[in-house]
Design a protein around this ligand. Structure first.
Ligand code: PEP
Ligand code: MN
Length: 251
């Protein structure tokens, strides 16, 4: 899948990093600078956040999209960000290079059709209880309605054990990569919920054939407005990305 001059494929795995949510302008600029410095291609960050509690921080919306775009442009990065509802799609498409469909929306068919119609490439997160077939068919919805390409994203399915936030399904990653020959990236941050497991599972994902990794980072994880426990501290991002080298699957 081509995203503004970058091909997302296992031949050269993409590095997508950024905060869970875009919190303020100075912060997203500092994070973008570091993501570019470590060789990342994509800046991630939520402007519209799908939160379990309606009382939790919901994102800064259009203001955050503007901050995110400016920060990415200043550092030569591509923007990946989520459209939470059908009505946000036109606006998010103005700012995003890769439109994200969140886990909780994987089978929101009206949203998938609206996103397809923007003709932007899409990052499609797997729902926490979706079969691979349901995930692939959600991808077909996007393609059938105009998306030029779909990058699948495995972010952990719901397991029985709260030791990790979710259960990273590397079998599904290998199935998509090696059998279906589709680009699939892995999000070890939401999969584990713990920053100390991000690097080992990112390496495992690449070995399984992933076309990239999506990693949450924050300059001050203890004060993050969402998902602090899984954020790699910005000061440790370079070492984390360096640790991924050599983990790629052999062709
Ligand atoms: C995210 O990547 O910002 C996110 C909310 O992830 P998920 O949809 O996988 O929970
Ligand atoms: Mn998050």
């Amino acid at each position: 899948v081509e995203v503004r001059g970058v091909t997302v494929s296992a031949a050269k795995p993409a590095v997508m990093c950024g905060p869970c949510a875009v919190e303020d302008e100075a912060r997203i600029h500092a994070i973008a600078a570091r993501v570019a410095a470590v060789g990342g291609e994509f800046l991630r960050g939520g402007a519209y956040k799908p939160r379990t509690s309606p009382y939790a921080f919901q994102g800064h919306g259009e203001t955050a999209l503007r901050w995110l775009r400016r920060a990415a442009d200043a550092h030569g990065l591509r923007v990946v960000t989520e459209a939470l509802g059908e009505s946000d799609v036109p606006l998010v498409a103005e700012y995003a290079d890769l439109l994200q469909v969140g886990s909780r929306n994987m089978q929101n068919f009206a949203l998938l059709k609206a996103i397809g119609r923007t003709t932007r490439p899409v990052l499609l997160k797997r729902a926490m209880a979706a079969t691979v077939e349901e995930w692939l068919l959600a991808g077909e919805y996007l393609l059938a309605h105009g998306a030029p390409g779909v990058v699948f994203c495995e972010r952990g399915i719901r397991g029985f054990d709260p030791s990790t936030r979710n259960l990273l399904d590397l079998g599904a990653v290998a199935l998509l990569a090696h059998v279906h020959r589709l680009p699939v990236v892995v999000d070890p941050s939401h999969a584990t919920g713990r920053r100390d497991l991000v690097v080992p599972l990112a390496r495992a994902a690449l070995a399984a054939g992933a076309a990239g990794v999506m990693i949450e980072t924050h300059d001050d994880p203890g004060c993050a407005l969402s998902d602090g426990p899984q954020a790699v501290p910005l000061g440790e991002l370079a070492a984390a990305v360096r640790a991924l080298r050599g983990a790629e699957a052999r062709p």
